[in-house]
Design a protein around this ligand. Structure first.
Ligand SMILES: C[S@@+](CC[C@H](N)C(=O)[O-])C[C@H]1O[C@@H](n2cnc3c(N)ncnc32)[C@H](O)[C@@H]1O
Length: 263
């Protein structure tokens, strides 16, 4: 998986980058999956905790657990969702018993797993028979505006390295139908897929640009790998491609979603 190590950063940098879309995306994923009050749920790859927080709001924190391999994100999720059980673990080896949850969800994680097939099978293992396993990933090649424009700008200023790192090219499970196939291959039943559309607000282009300078996520890592001239060229190309400037604006983002049940 490309770039999982780029999430071992301060949660604040993540929250100001793609984390900005986390709360509305979590609400949409919970509705898409059909999570209902009374269920016990797990958030796999919780990051700083957008989905875990949304689950806690619907189910109560005592009915929510979360896991992520990034220690700073585990700490942030523990602080942000008090009462939830938050553990440091990857999807491929979840420290929970068979059938422990009614619903196991992951948001923007499948493409960062070391072994996505193993991760989804593990998500199914910890979910009871008849329970829900659901996920979403960004539409990197299409309508995730923030990242699509970033990688197009990256390829413009550094054609070889930009194209090689483009999320649309390197991320697995992000084309239409791929997530559903992964779910069926993991043995899940009643698999259905769809799209989730969300938006985020920015005060100006610098509000969008500044978190990338921390190296967060594959986009931030690419940004910090450039020399000063390259980074200035990227800044200008990115801003021009987004068509934004010194005033406030919003961007839309689309994710592919999938859900299935454990036989
Ligand atoms: C794009 S972030 C998504 C975080 C959070 N779910 C959200 O929606 O904001 C990707 C997350 O996957 C986590 N991750 C990386 N490798 C993982 C693995 N093998 N299993 C589970 N999570 C992993 C990262 O630490 C990071 O928190």
């Amino acid at each position: 998986m490309p770039g999982a190590e780029t999430f071992r950063v301060a949660a604040d940098a993540y929250d100001r980058h793609v984390g900005r879309y986390g709360a509305p995306l979590a609400a949409a994923l919970i509705d898409f999956a059909g999570v209902e009050p009374g269920m016990r749920a797990l958030d796999v790859g919780c990051g700083p905790g957008a989905l875990a927080a949304a689950l806690a709001e619907r189910l109560g924190a005592a009915s929510v657990a979360a896991a992520d391999p990034s220690e700073p994100f585990v700490e942030a999720c523990r602080a942000g969702v008090p009462g939830a059980e938050v553990v440091a673990a990857g999807a491929e080896a979840l420290p929970f018993a068979d059938g422990a949850f009614d619903a196991t969800l992951s948001q923007l994680v499948v493409n960062f797993m070391r072994d996505a097939e193993a991760g989804v099978r593990e998500m199914a293992r910890v979910t009871r028979p008849g329970g829900i396993v659901a996920s979403c990933v960004w539409d990197y090649t299409g309508e995730m505006t923030l990242l699509r424009a970033f990688w197009d700008a990256a390829s413009e200023v550094d054609p070889d390295r930009g194209a090689a790192a483009d999320g649309g090219a390197v991320m697995g499970w992000c084309a239409d139908g791929e997530l559903a196939q992964l779910w069926r291959d993991a043995g899940l039943a009643d698999v259905h897929s769809g799209t989730l559309a969300v938006r985020a607000a920015y005060t100006d282009f610098e509000d969008l640009w500044s978190p990338l300078l921390t190296g967060v996520a594959p986009s931030g890592a690419f940004c910090t790998s450039l020399d000063d001239d390259g980074r200035a060229a990227l800044h200008n190309a990115y801003r021009r491609r987004l068509g934004v400037g010194d005033g406030p604006f919003e961007l839309t983002a689309r994710a592919w979603a999938v859900a299935g049940t454990v036989p």
